[in-house]
Design a protein around this ligand. Structure first.
Ligand code: SF4
Length: 303
């Protein structure tokens, strides 16, 4: 990356009281410019405690909304307004209200990868790392889990005593990975362990040595005493390979595991966002924000 651009971003950040957050699926050149990197909810929690008044969220829309839900006093900027999430697009608040009418006594549990408007009509949120613990603590007779059928199915298999009904949504990136691709990668690297995200299909997850959130995959890969095949969005393997050249990581179908929404931001676009020339300021209706926060607060109580 261009050093002049890097120092210009640092200078403008300081002048505008701005902090840059980047999700782990962002390209390495954006990760290198970020003050904090991590999973979406970890970033939102961190942002709420930071002193800066302005937050640039390098990720997708629901992630920027999560920052705004937890830190309403801050100006939150999404540098690429078109960066949405294929999974989050698969359910609307109207869908949930209709679903609830069919299951009036159920507890509605939303994966954090949903819009603020969806969170606002649910009872509790979960992240991929907290989902199992939180769902296990819900005492409702029935749980409606949305939108990810793969994460929900993984939890349902681990909690056979719970009645969990799944929304038929999925991450178009992780769901695309096939068992054949996984078996081919394992055959190519027989000495390696396999770590996958539970947004992958059951036929994929069953071959893994571990399944977990991106932060858990990174932790597993760094502690492993063998090479690790990284079965999540390619940004994780890109950054691990760059930051830990002495360790051995293998990509698992990088063409399949590329989220286009996560690749819109370039260093030049990020500079324009820091300068206030690019990006969208996230605005949430206060009533909706408080309703969405209630689902997140419930997750924090149980998690
Ligand atoms: S990888 Fe999947 S869940 Fe994550 S932002 Fe992209 S489409 Fe959404």
């Amino acid at each position: 990356m261009n050093d002049a651009l890097q120092s210009l971003i640092a200078q403008r950040k300081a002048q505008t009281d701005t902090v840059i957050l980047a999700h782990t699926y962002q390209p390495p050149e954006i990760i290198a410019l970020a003050d904090i990197t991590g999973d979406s909810f970890a970033l939102a929690k961190a942002a709420a405690k930071l002193p800066q008044k302005r937050v640039i969220m390098c990720g997708v829309r629901f992630m920027a909304e999560s920052v705004k839900i937890l830190a309403p006093e801050k100006e939150v900027i999404l540098p690429a307004p078109d960066a949405g999430c294929g999974m989050a697009r698969m359910i609307t608040p109207e869908d949930i209200l209709a679903w609830k009418q069919e299951h009036p006594d159920a507890c509605v549990c939303a994966y954090i990868n949903t819009t603020a408007a969806v969170k606002a009509v649910c009872d509790v949120c979960v992240t991929s790392s907290s989902a199992l613990k939180i769902v296990s603590k819900l005492d409702a007779e029935e749980i409606l889990f949305l939108p990810d059928r793969n994460l929900g199915g993984w939890i349902a298999a681990l909690l056979p005593d719970k009645k969990i009904t799944l929304w038929n949504g999925y991450c178009p990136v992780h769901d695309n990975l096939t068992e054949e691709q996984v078996l081919a990668a394992k055959a190519e690297h027989p000495d390696a362990l396999l770590a996958v995200h539970p947004e992958c299909r059951e036929e994929v997850v069953k071959h893994a040595d571990m399944a977990g959130s991106t932060a858990e995959i990174i932790d597993f890969a760094l502690k492993a005493d063998k090479p690790v095949i990284i079965g999540t969005e390619r940004g994780v393997a890109d950054t691990l390979t760059k930051q830990y050249p002495d360790k051995q990581f293998y990509y698992l179908c990088p063409e399949t595991l590329t989220c286009p929404d996560m690749k819109y931001i370039t260093p030049a676009l990020l500079l324009a966002a820091v300068n206030g020339e690019q990006g969208e300021k996230i605005i949430l209706d206060e009533e909706l924000r408080l309703a969405a926060k209630k689902s997140i607060d419930r997750m924090l109580e149980l998690g």
